[in-house]
Design a binder for this molecule. Structure first.
Ligand SMILES: Cc1ncc(COP(=O)(O)O)c(C=O)c1O
Length: 300
């Protein structure tokens, strides 16, 4: 659940522009940001560009480890992907959400909630957004990239009252506004019920692909692997016992025409995730998934 008035909304060209606007709005040289580790390089770079330094907070299968938030720092904000952590895939439990909000209150910091991947949830009860729990401290970022298509380049920010004016000004000087025709078309698509219909349909399709992938992994690697991050989104993470996804292993997989994405690539502090890979399933048919896992079995 989100709590906001229409004036709190700024339409952006995707979550990426929303993150850039937040960085320009809040960060100057020497500032600190607490950030999930692992996290994408793009997001690290966006926050480093204004000269801020990153304090990496480790992530486990449930999301950011709130016990590890630093007591001796004054971060401008804490960056999180609580619906479906990227890349590890955890959904942040309510206890950690509350702990995170307490921490932000005490530190006088904002929370940046990147909700890029929340619409396709297959298991577990729905979880309250951080924004719904603490609207005046949370900057919420949404995008249509996963729900519809990354080609659309439409996302949005929901801002606390004190940031609205400056953010609108920044967006204006950035590119005036996001394309109106696309926004109007999307608005009609939503109003006429097509988006809801699309989500229902795609959820069935993705659920089948996800189940095929989980089934093939468990069948092919019995007792050798742990799956997590599979309750939401379009990817999951497979953690293997005694396997390291080194450059030579990745090369071997590529030679079998299999490209997998190692979690370790996204780690700021290296070494904790060498045995884990990200497996996206949204654009593969069940047969392609079966074939992919068959090839993985040969190499791993
Ligand atoms: C965690 C996270 N946030 C944001 C984005 C960017 O999304 P967009 O296509 O809306 O710019 C991505 C890209 O997949 C992502 O992984």
């Amino acid at each position: 659940m989100i709590r906001c008035y229409p004036e709190q909304l700024v339409i952006t060209s995707g979550a990426t522009q929303a993150l850039s606007l937040v960085a320009k709005l809040l960060l100057t040289k020497g500032d600190e940001v607490c950030i999930e580790d692992p996290v994408t390089h793009e997001i690290q770079t966006i926050f480093q560009q204004p000269g801020a330094s990153l304090y990496p907070v480790p992530v486990d299968e449930f999301g950011i480890m709130t016990d590890m938030l630093p007591s001796n720092k004054n971060p401008k904000f804490i960056f999180v992907t609580p619906s479906h952590q990227f890349p590890l895939g955890g959904t942040l439990p309510i206890q950690r959400r509350i702990q995170l909000i307490h921490y932000a209150r005490e530190a006088g910091a904002y929370i940046v909630e990147d909700d890029y991947d929340s619409e396709f949830r297959y298991a577990g009860p729905p979880v309250s957004s951080l924004q719904g729990l603490e609207p005046e401290r949370v900057i919420y970022i949404g995008t249509f990239s996963k729900i519809l298509s990354p080609a659309l380049r439409i996302g949005y920010l929901i801002l606390p009252q004190d940031l609205i004016h400056r953010c609108r000004e920044l967006k204006w000087f950035h590119d005036l506004h996001s394309p109106t025709l696309e926004q109007l078309t999307l608005a009609m698509f939503i109003k006429e019920g097509h988006l809801e219909q699309h989500i229902r349909k795609m959820k069935r399709v993705y659920r089948k692909r996800r189940e095929t992938l989980i089934h093939c992994l468990n069948d092919s690697f019995p007792k050798k692997l742990k799956i997590f991050g599979d309750s939401t989104g379009l990817h999951l993470v497979a953690a293997f016992d005694n396997v390291q996804f080194s450059d030579s292993m990745l090369h071997k997989l590529e030679e079998s025409h299999l490209r997998v994405y190692p979690v370790e690539k996204h780690a700021i502090n290296k070494g904790r995730h060498r045995n884990k890979i990200i497996l996206g399933y949204s654009n593969l048919s069940p047969d392609e998934i079966k074939e992919g896992i068959r090839r993985l079995t040969i190499c791993v």
